[in-house]
Design a protein around this ligand. Structure first.
Ligand SMILES: Nc1ncnc2c1ncn2[C@@H]1O[C@H](COP(=O)(O)OP(=O)(O)O)[C@@H](O)[C@H]1O
Length: 285
């Protein structure tokens, strides 16, 4: 990976910024059309934006960023790009980088900004060559520096911050399973959290796999209680400031998940003013 070596040696924000800028070159020159694309304008689906949605999903480990971002990406026709998935893809290759990454990830720490920018740039370049435009970023930016560099190179329209009780987050992470064959994610946890200290009670049904996936389920090595707790600590320390970064820009939409997917999905669409959009999409499908 020549680009990675280049980045790791003279580690500077300008080189990472350059790399990402190149990947995002098609979108940077375009004037933002926030009002015509996001929740500020419920009729955006009738207008013709000159570029596609550029959204970010924030939230603690286990909150469901991947689930909701991937559903929205299908609805909006933009790629869902999860830096955690990019890291795991890299982990599945053998080699020194993979060994270095697995040590970091399995301790619940963050991978260096340089490695993340390199993985993300490579993914964006590959998408661009296939004609992709727009994105829903999931798990990125996770540090203020990542947010600042992203800001230098492109315009983010909307940042959705998903929120859930911390005890439920841990239970959800411990219940996560992935089918080693098809790659789909499931959750075997059946959550019934009682109301306490002003927090409302919450139930979530498990998301069970179909029979052909059942025997192929694996658990992420970083989904152990100890590592999940460390990831939560790291989130509060390094990633929570990113929420304020976007709040100050007036781009943050907070969304408290009311329950499992079936309960939360329609409410999220409503909060995004996309409920009507889903009806229109299914009518033409
Ligand atoms: N933007 C990022 N910056 C640094 N490290 C990242 C980033 N995205 C993913 N990672 C690494 O990949 C791991 C898994 O990420 P992810 O699947 O997003 O986990 P989570 O379930 O904690 O949100 C993280 O714990 C971290 O080590």
């Amino acid at each position: 990976m020549a680009a990675l070596t280049r980045l790791l040696k003279p580690s500077s924000s300008s080189s990472t910024s350059f790399l990402l800028k190149r990947s995002l070159s098609t979108t940077t020159s375009v004037v933002s059309e926030i009002q015509s694309q996001n929740h500020l304008n419920p009729n955006f689906s009738d207008s013709k934006p000159s570029r596609n949605f550029q959204w970010v999903f924030l939230g603690c480990p286990g909150v469901g960023k991947g689930t909701f971002a991937s559903r929205l990406s299908i609805l909006l026709g933009v790629p869902h790009i999860a830096t955690g998935d990019l890291v795991r893809e890299e982990l599945s290759n053998s080699g020194p980088l993979s060994r270095q990454l697995s040590e970091i990830v399995n301790q619940g720490k963050l991978v260096s900004d340089e490695i993340i920018f390199d993985l993300l740039s490579t993914r964006l370049e590959a998408g661009e060559s296939k004609g992709e435009s727009g994105f829903i970023l999931d798990g990125f930016p996770r540090t203020i520096r990542q947010a600042e560099i992203l800001d230098e190179v492109t315009e983010i329209d909307l940042v959705v911050n998903l929120k859930l009780r911390e005890d439920v987050l841990v239970e959800k992470c411990l219940g996560r399973r992935i089918c080693s064959q098809c790659g789909k994610g499931f959750n075997v946890a059946s959550i019934n959290a009682k109301a306490e200290n002003g927090k409302p009670g919450m139930s979530m049904a498990p998301l069970l796999p179909p029979p052909h996936c059942t025997s192929k389920l694996i658990t992420r090595a970083d989904d152990t209680e100890q590592v999940v707790k460390e990831r939560l600590r790291v989130y509060h320390e390094k990633s929570q400031p990113v929420e304020d970064f976007y709040k100050n820009q007036g781009k943050l939409m907070e969304f408290d998940l009311p329950g499992g997917i079936s309960e939360s999905w329609p409410k999220l669409l409503e909060a995004l003013n996309l409920d009507d959009y889903e009806v229109k999409q299914s009518a033409v499908a």
